[in-house]
Design a protein around this ligand. Structure first.
Ligand code: CP
Ligand code: NVA
Length: 307
């Protein structure tokens, strides 16, 4: 196992183990079983951007495991006054047993990981959101009983979530179509690597610009905000171009009748997804949100537990 989880590819050989561990820990927690595998350990959490799910799930996960977490905002750290990311990584490594980082720039994420002697977990950067995708796969497996040979259609912006989904789906044997407006394709390097994985694992990785055609035969529809954090200046242009990619009743009706609808949240209701769909019978978005906790507990257990 790698020291860090920066890209979902860092756990490509362990995805199924992580999902099994998450499912079994979730079941034991719900049965009232309490053990504390991370007792007395600490997780430092640096957030350069806001968060509801990532922050709360990591914090609660550490509490449930008998450990402790610290919320660290760059404005309160000396990082905000010019201390380097490398020095921050070296110093934090002397205090805490793991670092979760939500960053603007994946290169800074990598620099933190390279200089930290403790595991670093990516809580979202501009390129990927690996913890989210592990929770998504857990949710799909719970609802569909399998991952292999399903078809997932991602609609909207070819962003960090889309990039990690390409890697994640191709690795577990699920077909994925990234259906995005022209000019908003996922990262070219990631797409190329995901296509390589698709050949290896005999799955399909495709980009489409035609929502109605793409959703045919879909088992899973997935969307995310059209405007990611830090990209607010693109709002007007995107809302003009992205209309046909909204997940609404017409698109859901074009997929398989038992398709499930996912959204990593936060949702902009009435923009990338309608109220009718997000509150409707196909939606599993709140199961998906809860699974952030269970997936991340499995990740922390595997990366941080001392022998
Ligand atoms: N999905 C997700 O990462 O949500 P937050 O931004 O609230 O953490
Ligand atoms: N793509 C979104 C995900 C939010 C969880 C963003 O980066 O803002």
């Amino acid at each position: 196992m790698e020291k860090d989880l920066i890209s979902i590819m860092d756990v490509k050989d362990e995805i199924n183990d992580i999902l099994e561990l998450a499912a079994s820990q979730k079941a034991s927690w719900k049965k009232g079983k309490r053990d504390e595998p991370l007792k007395n350990l600490s997780l430092g959490m640096i957030f350069e951007k806001p968060s509801t799910r990532t922050r709360v799930s990591f914090e609660v996960g550490m509490t449930q495991f008998g450990g402790h977490s610290l919320y660290l905002s760059p404005n309160d750290l000396q990082m905000g006054r010019g201390e380097t990311i490398a020095d921050t990584a070296k110093v934090l490594s002397r205090f805490v047993d793991g670092i979760m980082y939500r960053a603007f720039d994946y290169r800074v994420m990598r620099e933190l990981a390279d200089n930290a002697t403790v595991p670093v977990i990516n809580g979202l950067d501009d390129l990927e959101h690996p913890c989210q995708i592990l929770a998504d796969l857990l949710t799909i497996k719970e609802h569909k009983g399998k991952l292999r040979n399903l078809r997932l259609v991602y609609l909207g912006d070819g962003n960090n979530v889309c990039n990690s989904l390409l890697f994640g789906c191709a690795t577990v044997g699920m077909d994925i179509i990234a259906c995005v407006p022209e000019g908003y394709e996922p990262d070219a390097g990631i797409l190329e690597k995901a296509k390589g994985l698709a050949t290896k694992y005999k799955t399909l990785v495709e980009v489409s610009h035609e929502p109605q055609a793409a959703v045919k035969g879909a088992d899973v529809l997935y969307t995310d905000v059209w405007v990611s954090m830090g990209e607010d200046d693109e709002k007007g242009e995107k809302e003009r171009k992205f209309g046909p990619f909204q997940i609404n009743k017409a698109l859901v009706d074009g997929a398989k009748p038992d398709c499930i609808v996912l959204h990593c949240l936060p949702a902009h209701r009435g923009v990338e997804i309608t109220d009718e769909v997000i509150d409707g019978k196909n939606s599993v978005v709140f199961d998906q949100a809860e699974n952030r906790l269970h997936a991340q507990k499995a990740i922390m257990y595997l990366l941080m537990k001392k022998e």
